[in-house]
Design a protein around this ligand. Structure first.
Ligand SMILES: [Fe+2]
Length: 225
């Protein structure tokens, strides 16, 4: 039997089982993960109490709470940059930079007409937004849908706010012959990622803030190339 020591334990863990015969991709991911985790433990010389803290953290992050019904594992992958890294790795577009869709997109936003108002918010500051969808040669692309969604002037999406009707500050606009779209809306407020749980505590301990800059989401639907 192989002696387990600092320099043999990683190979000992990896070389168990059928070594990827039945599930090669799983084995590839598993072996790489084990190697990196072991290297990480060696590098920082993780102590037993730190390991226990890490276990407690992951345990808490996986709990389903009223505020975050799905738990914080997804949030954690976002905060660690892993979600965006996977996006950047696999969705390589020429032209517009790639970005995460996020959890607040819905696929059935109301279809609106050129110049329409995107949503109602009596306290918001109105502004008009227009743009053009162009191909890589700068030529307009007509008849594609520009799917837009944003929070209101309080930083809340319709899904998070019972005072807003469904579809408020969401809309799909079809581009005209010049590739143009245009709508009226209010200035959105930036919002915080959920920060009342263990992920928020981690941000605080690291001196990171939970705020996202005020933004409007755009997704172009119907491109054939
Ligand atoms: Fe957003």
């Amino acid at each position: 039997m192989q002696k387990i020591a600092l320099d043999t334990i990683t190979e000992a863990v990896i070389n168990h089982g059928d070594r990827g015969k039945s599930h090669p991709r799983l084995y590839e991911i598993y072996t790489s993960l084990v190697k990196h985790l072991h290297d990480f433990v060696r590098e920082v010389k993780l102590t037993e109490s730190e390991l226990q803290q890490g276990r407690n953290f992951l345990n808490q992050a996986s709990h389903h709470t009223q505020k975050i019904p799905t738990g914080e594992i997804h949030l954690l992958t976002d905060l660690l940059g892993i979600s965006e890294l996977v996006e950047l790795l696999h969705n390589v577009y020429r032209g517009t930079e790639s970005n995460l869709e996020g959890p607040l997109y819905v696929s059935n936003a109301p279809e609106r007409q050129m110049g329409d108002r995107l949503g109602l918010d009596p306290e918001g500051d109105t502004f008009f937004l227009s743009g053009r969808v162009l191909d890589l040669n700068g030529q307009p692309i007509a008849n594609v849908l520009v799917d837009v969604w944003q929070p209101n002037s309080k930083g809340l999406y319709d899904l998070q706010d019972p005072s807003q009707s469904q579809g408020n500050f969401r809309g799909r606009f079809k581009t005209n012959e010049s590739g143009q779209y245009r709508f009226e809306t209010v200035v959105p407020l930036g919002y915080k990622v959920p920060s009342s749980g263990p992920s928020g505590e981690l941000l605080r301990l690291l001196g990171r803030h939970p705020w996202r800059a005020a933004h409007i989401h755009f997704k172009i639907i119907g491109l054939t190339h």
